[in-house]
Design a binder for this molecule. Structure first.
Ligand SMILES: [Fe+2]
Ligand SMILES: [Fe+2]
Length: 316
């Protein structure tokens, strides 16, 4: 950078996670611009989440790099739009709009200093999303109609909400209130993550241990709100408990885990494996199904897992 360089803001939402950057990206700390990532580097999901959880709404780029960044963002958007996805049926036309609304609400929740104050609005959006998922036909043609790439915890939350609702529906849960609880629990399951304070000097191992507090932190946020159903709180508090009692925070076993949590737990792991995978969305989905089926099966309620795998396999 040379003397006289001008920095301009670049919105966090316009960062393409995992895509090589067309120029340097800076953050502003202690009145100085510091290189966060250099040209050619990528911002991965963990780094993106860290910015998000630190409530950083935008990063900085050099003014002269702006056209390169605009081009970069536009090209990827175009490529994603061109990825063949089974068209939605007429009854599902509202679905993308409501999904976008849920995405915005979760972005706000993760960026807010008072996430508890916007939980109520988010639950209203969640209800709308569940209504839209309920309109999907008995079996979706492809899972990519329901799941997009999880580039950050925001996409992940929306994906888990939609997948959990869909799985529950296909498993035979038909009561709207129950499906709402699943959808809400799925959307808010990681709400506690920004409450975990980590410093840049800590190792990934230390951070991973600290992050294990997020279900408890999430419950603490929701406990301040009288209108959040207990079912939703249970899902948030227990979503990392596993059937074989190897989970956290309480190492609950089997039937001690709330019934609906067991569905969200499957969707959560599935979306995480997909987002960490390689290849097209469909290749990643297939690999995630195999991974759960062959290696992770002990972690889930066997009956629910059998049904879930059948449902997921139909969509890939
Ligand atoms: Fe989690
Ligand atoms: Fe999660």
């Amino acid at each position: 950078m040379a003397l006289g360089d001008q920095y301009v803001t670049w919105n966090l939402e316009q960062i393409l996670v995992g895509e090589p950057l067309p120029g340097n990206v800076y953050v502003h700390i202690d009145f100085r611009f510091i290189t966060f990532r250099a040209e050619g580097d990528t911002i991965d999901r963990i780094a993106f989440d860290r910015l998000l959880f630190k409530k950083i709404r935008s990063v900085f780029i050099l003014e002269q790099d702006r056209p390169k960044f605009q081009n970069w963002y536009g090209k990827i958007q175009e490529a994603e739009a061109a990825t063949p996805v089974e068209p939605l049926a007429p009854q599902n036309k509202e679905f993308p709009k409501v999904r976008e609304e849920a995405h915005r609400k979760m972005m706000d929740i993760f960026l807010s200093d008072h996430p508890d104050k916007i939980v109520q609005q988010t639950l209203e959006t969640s209800k709308k999303l569940v209504v839209e998922v309920m309109k999907f036909p008995y079996a979706v043609k492809t899972l990519s109609q329901l799941q997009s790439f999880s580039r950050s915890s925001v996409d992940h939350s929306v994906n888990v909400s939609i997948l959990s609702t869909y799985l529950a529906m296909q498993m035979g849960y038909s009561h709207a209130l129950i499906l709402q609880h699943v959808g809400m629990g799925g959307l808010l399951h990681d709400i506690g993550k920004p409450r975990i304070k980590v410093s840049d000097s800590e190792t990934p191992e230390v951070i991973a241990i600290k992050m294990k507090d997020h279900p408890t932190m999430g419950l603490r946020i929701l406990d301040t709100q009288s209108k959040v159903p207990n079912e939703v709180k249970m899902i948030v508090a227990q979503h990392h408990e596993t059937h074989d009692a190897s989970g956290y925070p309480k190492k609950l076993r089997g039937s001690a885990i709330y019934d609906l949590t067991r569905i969200v737990a499957i969707a959560n792991v599935f979306d995480n494996i997909v987002s960490n995978g390689k290849g097209t969305l469909r290749e990643r989905q297939k690999a995630a199904i195999n991974e759960i089926d062959q290696n992770l099966f002990r972690k889930f309620d066997p009956q629910k897992l059998e049904k879930a795998l059948k449902i997921l396999k139909m969509g890939v």
